[in-house]
Design a protein around this ligand. Structure first.
Ligand code: GAL
Length: 672
């Protein structure tokens, strides 16, 4: 297994390098990522190159048995380059230049920057692209991080106009799609079209706004493609990746991942002000990264100390690095690199803690990473390359997320918060899921959940119909089918394209105040069980073949269906007309999963706070049990199982310590 760190040799005197390399080797490090911000060290002045330091460090690492991932340095164009091209800075929506001083200060649509990026990448690739010690390329770094996708400069305006011309062909078609007759927005030419920049009130035309978000995301993918093309030409044998950011939604990660060989992402569980990290978040984002290519992924940056910019976030407690690493592996990571090797003595991230502290002397975190590495090197050969064998898909749609960002409809409501309600259910019940794009063939799943499918693209609507007709179970929810792909409202009765699939129509609807809920019952006419309610929204549904499985229990719509089920072909389609509270979600999804024959990972019962995830090669299952809680817990094993880390057989009641990890191996339970 590849196990390593992110390293910045340019931050340390050369005399320190051999010490670092030796400490890395001792810790079991066999891969490091380097160079992704080092443009001004590679090309200190225009056309003047210095590769000596990079040659040296690659050779030194090689001598220590450590491969490198080379990052292309385009996230940090040097000052001399910016001074030559002041129009390369991004502009914010108010037209202010976002100037020098941080990183990612470039516009993706700047033609000359694309050329300059291709040039530096080509030089790197010619020099190192065939080097035996180069394991892979990472393109740029976290496209979009720190609000760097949406730019409002003149290059972007012109590129947007070209993008629109290409999409619509005739300006009349654009006017029709966006409904520009509203408020006299009719455009006579492409050149007249604006960006959704600062205006008297932040409500642009929703069609324009969504197209701009799509365009901005496409621009990142196009920019990346420039580098992919160079690397394929100059370094054809080395795999290429980019380090994604899980929830981050300004770039369509499915599109960005398409030309890459594997996906990777940066996992920072403690990057928030709450005392305690919710392990669900890393689990969901691991699953998102898996779903980008439906294959094992890398964690390119794994938090290794307190994160910190101007403030310092929570320090990983003893055992946490190890547990986070196992959690990543459990969800399909085949390589882990800690960010960063040593805490830097200067710069904007001097409080961002690495495995080594500022003084460079190995301590608790280094020892923990070393021990974890030893365990994983001993065991991981058994499961490398495998997945979870998930039977459930949750569809992630950037289009729907963007449309809901533009018009949330209900105060405080967010696509991703809604999406996570489903993920939380599956996580709590130890049911593996795949988070996949709307284009994913669905045949392999028993259950497909499609949160907020507002913009019905004909192809995905047809795919869902076909999937259900062939025996699949679909879950759709409120706002499904209300819009056309151009972000105009559907004229058809809600749920539009899904009316026959769901066997109902929505006669009326309303948005609920933030935090407000209405009781929902699973027995018609009854008062709702404790905690069973619906929030955010209510649809008032009239059945046209579907049956109700839950009812509102108050307000003027009491006794009307809150959740429905419809037999469609050999399959079933459910509709959630409101946002179930967690207790109701659990009760509903238990029924839905039972009907779809979706089962939790079998054989181990665990209390809340303990996560169970699986990797399987079809012959053997590897069950990762992680106690994220601060107290020890008791597992109940149905049958005796081999625990791999300790190398003992467990049976019956088994104690797992606070923060502990067990990995069980067993013969796969084969299903039809
Ligand atoms: C990531 C980024 C790294 C580093 C780290 C800590 O987002 O890729 O370069 O900045 O966070 O901030």
């Amino acid at each position: 297994m590849l196990y390593g760190v992110c390293y910045y040799p340019e931050h340390w005197p050369k005399e320190r390098w051999p010490i670092d390399a030796a400490l890395m080797r001792e810790a079991g490090v066999n891969v490091v990522r380097i160079a992704e911000f080092a443009w001004s060290k590679m090309e200190p002045r225009p056309g003047e190159y210095d590769w000596s330091w990079l040659d040296e460090i690659i050779a030194l690492l090689e001598a220590n048995g450590i491969e490198v991932v080379l990052g292309t340095p385009t996230a940090t164009p040097p000052k001399w380059l910016m001074d030559r091209h002041p129009d390369l800075y991004m502009k914010d929506a108010q037209g202010h230049t976002r100037g020098f001083g941080n990183r990612r200060h470039y516009c993706y649509n700047h033609a000359e920057y694309r050329r300059l990026s291709a040039d530096i990448v080509e030089r790197m690739a010619r020099r190192y692209g065939g080097h035996a010690n180069v394991a892979a390329w990472q393109i740029d770094n976290e496209f979009g991080c720190t609000d760097t996708v949406r730019c409002y400069c003149d290059h972007c305006r012109q590129a947007f106009q070209r993008w629109l011309r290409n999409k619509y062909g005739e300006i009349g078609k654009l006017n029709e799609a966006w409904g520009t007759v509203f408020w006299s927005h009719i455009y006579n030419s492409w050149e007249e079209v604006v960006l959704p920049a600062y205006t008297v009130f932040p409500m642009h035309n929703p069609g324009l706004h969504l197209d701009y978000m799509r365009f901005a995301s496409d621009a990142v993918a196009e920019y990346q493609q420039v580098q992919v093309d160079v690397l394929r030409r100059e370094s054809p044998d080395k795999p290429i990746t980019h380090n994604f950011m899980g929830y981050f939604a300004e770039v369509d990660a499915f599109r960005l991942a398409e030309p890459l060989d594997f996906a990777s992402w940066d996992n920072y569980p403690n990057l928030h002000f709450d005392e305690k990290a919710d392990p669900l978040n890393s689990a969901v984002q691991h699953d998102m990264t898996w779903g980008l290519k439906r294959q094992p992924f890398w964690v390119m940056e794994q938090q290794s100390g307190s994160p910190g910019g101007n403030f310092i976030f929570a320090m990983p407690k003893p055992g946490e690095l190890r547990r986070w690493t196992y959690q990543a592996v459990a969800h399909g990571a085949d390589a882990i690199l800690y960010f960063r090797w040593r805490t830097c003595l200067f710069g904007a991230e001097q409080y961002w803690h690495g495995l080594l502290p500022h003084d460079g002397i190995p301590g608790r975190r280094y020892e923990e990473a070393k021990r974890t590495g030893e365990e994983l090197q001993r065991l991981s050969g058994r499961w490398l390359g495998t997945g979870a064998g998930a039977e459930v898909a949750v569809i992630r749609s950037y289009d729907n997320e963007w449309a809901m960002d533009i018009q949330p409809q209900s105060f405080g409501h967010r696509y991703m918060a809604h999406f996570k309600q489903y993920c939380r259910y599956f996580y709590d019940r130890h049911i593996p899921v795949e988070i996949v794009s709307p284009d994913m063939p669905l045949g392999r799943y028993r259950l497909v959940v499609v949160p907020h499918d507002m913009l019905t693209h004909p192809a995905s609507a047809a795919a869902l119909h076909a999937y259900a007709a062939a025996g699949g179970t679909v879950v759709l929810d409120f706002r499904a089918g209300i819009k056309r792909p151009d972000n105009r409202m559907e004229e058809r009765t809600i749920p539009g394209a899904y009316r026959d699939l769901l066997g109902l129509r929505v006669a009326d609807y309303g948005s609920l105040r933030q935090g407000d809920t209405r009781p929902v019952t699973l027995v018609r006419g009854d008062t709702a069980a404790e905690g069973h309610g619906g929030g955010v929204w209510y649809d008032i549904v009239e059945l046209e073949g579907a049956e109700a499985v839950a009812w509102y229990a108050s307000d003027f719509f009491a006794d009307t269906p809150a959740v429905t089920r419809h037999a469609y072909g050999s399959g079933t389609a459910y509709y959630m007309a409101t946002e179930p509270t967690p207790a109701l979600m659990d009760a509903l999804m238990d029924r839905i999963c039972e009907g779809a024959q979706v089962e939790p990972i079998a054989g181990i019962a665990a209390p809340p706070g303990v996560e169970i995830a699986r990797r399987t090669n079809g012959e053997k299952d590897f069950l990762f049990v992680m106690n994220h809680d601060e107290h020890s817990a008791t597992l109940a094993l149905e049958e005796p199982l081999d625990e791999l880390i300790q190398g003992v057989r467990h049976a019956g009641s088994v104690r797992i310590e606070a923060g502990g990890v067990h990995v069980y191996e067993r013969a796969s339970l084969r299903r039809d």
